[in-house]
Design a protein around this ligand. Sequence first.
Ligand code: ATP
Ligand code: MG
Length: 403
Amino acid sequence: MTPDLHLRSTAPDFKDLPWGYSLADWMGRCSRLEDAPRGVSRHPVVFVNYSGTLYAIKELPLQAAEQEYQALVQAEALNLPVVEVTGHGKNITADGTSGVIITRFLEGALPYRLLFLRPGFESYRRHLLDAIAGLLVQLHLGGLFWGDCSLSNTLFRRDAGALRAYLVDAETAEVTTGPTTPRLRFHELQIMEENITRELVELRVNGQLPTVEPGVPTLDIGAYIRLRYQSLWDEVTREDVIAPEEEYRIYERIRALNQLGFSVGDVELTPLEGGKQLRLRVEVTDRNFHREQLFNLTGLDAEELQAQKMMNEIHELRAMLSSEPERNMPLSVAANFWLENKYTPVVERLQPLVSRQMTPHELYCQILEHKWYLSEREQRDVGHQAAVDDYLSKFWLQPRLEM
Ligand SMILES: Nc1ncnc2c1ncn2[C@@H]1O[C@H](COP(=O)(O)OP(=O)(O)OP(=O)(O)O)[C@@H](O)[C@H]1O
Ligand SMILES: [Mg+2]
């Protein structure tokens, strides 16, 4: 049966899938089905493989599928961290007509259950909470009210030892122009707390939630995320009052936001008290500041914290190389030098450790961390290759954290 699908141009046509059957009945009828870790869901979701690229297909009411599609397209246009939507459409089965939405499988994603269940992931759990708070701040700055923030509806990717959260389920999402209103933000945090408490109680009842975990609250997790959200929101949206001669404070403010990963759009200065003071308001656009810089310089598409670490290294390298007499090296040349002489040789040696969840970028960041640790211990810079030697000798035979 030919499906009635509305697809974006880069997608396969999905014609060879067993349309005409509900997704719940595709097992045994479709050779493209793949098993992959997933969160709890009300609707049937299947993963299909086209030349190594996985797509998630979800069955839901027709109108809901179209709405979710529109919300994801809008969110993507705002550079928000959401799954990439591929298309939506209609599936006519013997039981009636239903809608489907197709998204590209988020490679390297860790559903929260794995982060709680798998040994070896303990250190990520605190980052998980910060990542959710960070995701909500980004969504609200962009004007997206989610309406169903939960652990199941979020996917996590490793980001330089921490995690970056992605919105996966946009069924209830609404995009407005300008930041989300205080009333909706308040409502969102309430929903988030309720959902997450419910999910954690469920994990606890099933004996899957570790009871004692240093530094990570177990019962007040929702409240903890709310606090982290509030402090990040206040930091990003704060307005400063500066004197006209304090222009450097504009630069300082922009730099502080960039350090948090936010890119800056408009900077607004409003005279107060007849011009004796100025109100400084800085608008942030997205949280991909270092990511975009690294991509433009090297073509590497990393997560934000990974990119920040790599950009720091490129800046250091540039300073070192420029300190030679008569040499002022452009950043693009330093970036190229770094790519050829630092990044590539390290990543080549780490190839055997690369997996879906452990990307070359993440491994490279681990080597930077390991190099720092060894250098501290030896009170000298041990260099990248020595760090790789030591890292491989320690972790090569360890079980791989792959799902
Ligand atoms: N693009 C994707 N990449 C990776 N995993 C995905 C993707 N889309 C869906 N999933 C997985 O499938 C699960 C269910 O998807 P989703 O939350 O959209 O379904 P749902 O039935 O609408 O959920 P709910 O019960 O919250 O309404 C997610 O938790 C996630 O683990
Ligand atoms: Mg869901």
